[in-house]
Design a protein around this ligand. Structure first.
Ligand code: ADP
Ligand code: MG
Length: 754
C-alpha cells in the first residue's frame, strides 16, 4: 500500500504510461519478458518500477520478494531516478541507486537503480541473479553493447530461474521488462534465439507531447558552437520565458560555450566546475560514462546548402507578438563526467525572472527530463565511439546523430507546453546525411572485446549467445581463437587471470596484452607510446606522396627541388630509424618520443615528414592510455609523463618482444626457409620482392591456395630499405595485410599482397 501526496498523485495521473498500468502488469504476470515502448517523458522510468512495487515485487514478505533492479546507461540517470521514485513513494529508503563507488542501497530497499556495468558485474558473481525478482532494462533503444549483452544474458537467466523454480519452491521466477523510447523493430522482436517463448508482448503508451515547431538553419556551419552562441544570445533577448536546452557533443565545448555565455549574458550565479571523480577499474566494471576521455574534433568546411523551408536568420526568433520581459540567465552544464551533485543542479527550482540555459550532451536526450524546457538548440552532432580496426583503440569522433535522435532532442521542448526546436543544420543536410536510426553499437565494436567480455562473465558458448543483433559466426570463432593464442582463454575456452586483466582495457585484447606485459624493464611508457602510435592510421608521409607535393610546390626548378627534398626525406627517415633498422614499430616509438620533446610541433612534423594532425592524435592517445593504465593499476605509472628518454638496448628488445606477443598469430617466415618453399622464377633482388609465407591463414586469403599466403614487404616499411635482399629477416611480425595491384608472381598475374 502506497500513500502518495496529492500533488504527486496529480502529476502521475497526467503521465500516459499510468493509463497503461493494468495492461503492463497483466503482461508481466503472464509472461517472463515484456517490452514497454513510450515516448520520452511518458513516465516509463519513474512509473514502471512503482507498478512492480505496488504489485508486490520487492516485498520481502510477499510472494515475489527479490529486488526490482532497473538499469541505466548513465550514472546521472541512476541517481536522479532513484531519488525521484523515492520521493513519489514518500519513502526515500525504498528506492536507491548503485553506481561505481557510490551507493545508498539499504536492507529495506525495494527498487534499485544502477548502471548497466554494475548489473553485468553482479551477473558474473551470481549468475541466477537470486537477489532480484524483476529486472527492468531501460533505454534499450540506445542499443549499447552493455544493454544488448544484458538483454541476451537475462533472457537466459529468466529461463534458468523458471526451471529452478519448478523443482525448488524457494527459487522464484524472474521477470525482464525491456523499455525503449522508440518502437523496437521487427528484427529485434523476431529473434527465436533471444526469445525462445516467442516474441514478447509489447505494450505501447500514447505519447503526450505538445507541438514543437522546427526551425532549420539555412546553412550548416562547421563552427556550430559559435553558431549556438549567437543564436542563444539572440534567442534569450527575443524569446518569451522558458528554459533552453542546448545539445552539444562534449565537456570542452560545453565549458567553452558556458564561459562565453557568462560573459555575454547577465547571470544569476556562477557555477563551480568541480573535480573529476577518480575511478578504479578493478573495483567496478567500466561504465560507458568513463570512456568519455578523448575528443577528436571534426574537420571540414562550412556547407552552403540553402534549402527552401529553412529559416531566414532574421525571422527565426519572431515567435509571437508577446512582449518579452528582460530576464537573467542561469547557465548550467550537464555532461556525464561532471560530479553528480553538479549535474543535479538542473533539477533545482530556477529563481524568478531567470531563464535556465542548460548546455548538455546527449545525457539529456532521453534519460532525464529537465523541468520547464521550451526551447531546444540542436547541434545535430554527437560524440561517437569509433574503433580503429586494427588496434581496437577507441576514440571519440564527432558525427551526425540519427533522425531518431534528432526527433528525441526536439521532443524535449514540448514537455510542458508548445515549444520550439532550433536545428543548427539545414533541412537538406538532415534529409541527406542523417541515418534513420542509431545502429546497434555491437556491430561496430571489435568482436574480440565483446567475446572477452562474455567470457569474463563465465559465458562459454559465445557462438550460441542470444545476441539481440548477432555478429557474424566466423568472426566470433576467429575472435575465440585469437583470445586463446593471447593466453586470455585456457584450453577449455574459459577466461584466464590474464584474460580478466585484459578485459579491463578499452583497447583490443591484442593491444591490451602488449600493455599488460609492457611493464618489464621499465618499458611501459615506451610500450604505451608504441601502441598509441600504432593506433593512428598514418603518421609518416609516404615517399610517393612526397613527390606529388614536390611537383606542386616547385613548378620551375622541379628537379632540383625534388632532389633536395628527397635528401631531406632520407635524412629524416635515417633519424627516425636510428634506434633500429628493422622495426617499423620502433620507428613509430622514436617519432612519437621525439615529437613530445619538440618545441614547435608543426615545424618538427614538417622536418621529419610526419602528419601533424595524426601525431597530435597519437600523443593524445598516449596520454589516454596512460590514464587507463593508472586506473587499472593505481600507482603503476605517472599519467602525466610525456617526455621519454630514448629507449635503451634492453627496452628496444622489450618493445619488440611485447609487440610479438600481441601479434603472435601474425608471423611470416621467409619462404626459402619453409618446409616446402614455393617455386619462384628467379632470385629476388630487391627487399620488396622477397617472398614470405604467413604461418596462419590470413584474413585476406584462403589457406587452400598456397600462393594466397605469399606476402611481401610493403614499400613503406623500414625493411624495404634493407641493403640487400639476402639480409632480409627470417621471420616477420606484421600488423596487417593489404592487397595491392596486380603483379607477376611465379609467372602468373596475381594481386600482390603486402
Ligand atoms: P520516461 O522514462 O518515459 O522518459 P520519466 O519517467 O523519466 O519518463 O519521466 C516522466 C515525467 O516525470 C517527466 O516528464 C517529468 O515531468 C517528471 N520527472 C521525472 N524526473 C523528475 C525530476 N527529477 N524532477 C521533476 N520531475 C521529474
Ligand atoms: Mg526514461
Amino acid at each position: 500500500q502506497v500513500n502518495r501526496s496529492d500533488t504527486v498523485q496529480e502529476s502521475r495521473m497526467k503521465l500516459p504510461i499510468v493509463a497503461e498500468e493494468q495492461k503492463i502488469m497483466e503482461a508481466i504476470h503472464n509472461n517472463s519478458v515484456v517490452i514497454v515502448c513510450g515516448a520520452t517523458g511518458s513516465g516509463k522510468t519513474t512509473q514502471v518500477p512503482q507498478f512492480l512495487y505496488e504489485a508486490g515485487y520487492g516485498d520481502s514478505k510477499g510472494p515475489t520478494p527479490g529486488l526490482i533492479g532497473v538499469t541505466q546507461p548513465r550514472r546521472v540517470a541512476a541517481v536522479t531516478m532513484a531519488k525521484r521514485v523515492g520521493e513519489e513513494l514518500e519513502s526515500r529508503s525504498k528506492s536507491a541507486y548503485q553506481i561505481r563507488f557510490d551507493s545508498n542501497v539499504e536492507p529495506q530497499t525495494a527498487i534499485k537503480f544502477m548502471t548497466d556495468g554494475i548489473l553485468i558485474r553482479e551477473i558474473s558473481q551470481d549468475f541466477a541473479l537470486s537477489k532480484y525478482s524483476a529486472i527492468v532494462i531501460d533505454e534499450a533503444h540506445e542499443r549499447s553493447v552493455n544493454t544488448d549483452i544484458l538483454i541476451g544474458m537475462i533472457s537466459r537467466i529468466v529461463d534458468l530461474r523458471d526451471k529452478l523454480s519448478q523443482t525448488n519452491p524457494d527459487v522464484k521466477s524472474l521477470k525482464m521488462i525491456i523499455m525503449s523510447a522508440t518502437l523496437m523493430t521487427g528484427s529485434f522482436l523476431d529473434n527465436p534465439k533471444l526469445f525462445p517463448q516467442g516474441t514478447p508482448p509489447l505494450v505501447q503508451s500514447e505519447g503526450r507531447q505538445y507541438p514543437v515547431t522546427m526551425h532549420f538553419s539555412r546553412r550548416t556551419r562547421q563552427d556550430y558552437v559559435q553558431e549556438a552562441f549567437q543564436k542563444i544570445v539572440k534567442g534569450h533577448r527575443k524569446l518569451p520565458p522558458g528554459g533552453m536546452l542546448v545539445f552539444l557533443t562534449g565537456q570542452n565545448e560545453i565549458n567553452d560555450l558556458a564561459k562565453k555565455l557568462r560573459g555575454a549574458l547577465a547571470q544569476v550565479s556562477a557555477f563551480g566546475t568541480g573535480a573529476r571523480v577518480r575511478i578504479n577499474a578493478r573495483e567496478a566494471p567500466l561504465e560507458s560514462d568513463d570512456l568519455d576521455l578523448v575528443e577528436t574534433l571534426a574537420q571540414g568546411q562550412d556547407v552552403s546548402d540553402e534549402s527552401s523551408g529553412d529559416e531566414d536568420e532574421d525571422k527565426e526568433f519572431d515567435v509571437n507578438e508577446e512582449s518579452v520581459p528582460s530576464l537573467k540567465a542561469l547557465i548550467l552544464p550537464l555532461y556525464s563526467q561532471l560530479p553528480t551533485k553538479e549535474q543535479l543542479r538542473v533539477f533545482e527550482t530556477v529563481p524568478e525572472n531567470t531563464r535556465l540555459i542548460v548546455l548538455a550532451t546527449n545525457v539529456a536526450e532521453t534519460s532525464i527530463t529537465i523541468p520547464g524546457i521550451r526551447y531546444v538548440f540542436d547541434s545535430g552532432r554527437s560524440k561517437e565511439r569509433k574503433y580503429n580496426n586494427v588496434t581496437g583503440i577507441q576514440t571519440f569522433e564527432i558525427g551526425w546523430i540519427s533522425k531518431a535522435s534528432a526527433i528525441q532532442r526536439a521532443g524535449r521542448a514540448g514537455r510542458t507546453e508548445p515549444g520550439h526546436c532550433y536545428r543548427l543544420y539545414s533541412s537538406a543536410m538532415y534529409e541527406r546525411d542523417f541515418a534513420e536510426h542509431t545502429e546497434p553499437e555491437i556491430l561496430h565494436t571489435p568482436i574480440e572485446s565483446v567475446v572477452l567480455q562474455l567470457k569474463s562473465m563465465d559465458l562459454h558458448n559465445t557462438i550460441n549467445f542470444p545476441f539481440p543483433t548477432a555478429p557474424e559466426r566466423d568472426n566470433l570463432e576467429r575472435a575465440e581463437k585469437l583470445l586463446s593464442y593471447l593466453g586470455a582463454l585456457d584450453r577449455n575456452g574459459s577466461v584466464t587471470a590474464l584474460g580478466r586483466d585484459l578485459s579491463m582495457y578499452p583497447v583490443s585484447p591484442r593491444f591490451a596484452k602488449i600493455l599488460a606485459i609492457g611493464h618489464q624493464h621499465d618499458s611501459i611508457y615506451h610500450v604505451t607510446a608504441m601502441v598509441a602510435a600504432l593506433a593512428v592510421p598514418e603518421l609518416f608521409i609516404p615517399q610517393a606522396r612526397l613527390n606529388q607535393i614536390g611537383q606542386e610546390e616547385s613548378l620551375q626548378e622541379e628537379d632540383l627541388a625534388g632532389e633536395t627534398q628527397t635528401k631531406a626525406y632520407n635524412k629524416a627517415q635515417g633519424i627516425l630509424s636510428a634506434h633500429d633498422s628493422t622495426s617499423d614499430g620502433l620507428k613509430l616509438v622514436t617519432a612519437l618520443c621525439a615529437y613530445m620533446w619538440a618545441k614547435d610541433h608543426d615545424v618538427f612534423c614538417a622536418q621529419m615528414f610526419l602528419y601533424s594532425k595524426a601525431m597530435k592524435e597519437a600523443q593524445r592517445l598516449y596520454t589516454q592510455l596512460l590514464n587507463i593504465i593508472s586506473l587499472n593499476l593505481p600507482g603503476s605509472v605517472d599519467p602525466h609523463k610525456i617526455k621519454l628518454q630514448p629507449p635503451t638496448k634492453l627496452q628496444i628488445a622489450t618493445l619488440k618482444q611485447t609487440l610479438a606477443a600481441g601479434f603472435l598469430d601474425q608471423v611470416a617466415i621467409r619462404s626459402d626457409l619453409a618446409p616446402t618453399p614455393p617455386s619462384m622464377p628467379r632470385k629476388p633482388s630487391r627487399p620488396t620482392d622477397v617472398p614470405y609465407l604467413t604461418l596462419f591463414p590470413t584474413h585476406a586469403g584462403r589457406v587452400e591456395d598456397v600462393l594466397e599466403q605469399v606476402v611481401f614487404i610493403h614499400p613503406s616499411s623500414i625493411l624495404a630499405h634493407t641493403k640487400s635482399a639476402k639480409t632480409m629477416p627470417q621471420y616477420l611480425i606484421y600488423s596487417h595485410i593489404q592487397r595491392g595491384t596486380t603483379a607477376t608472381i611465379a609467372g602468373s598475374k596475381l594481386p600482390k599482397i603486402w
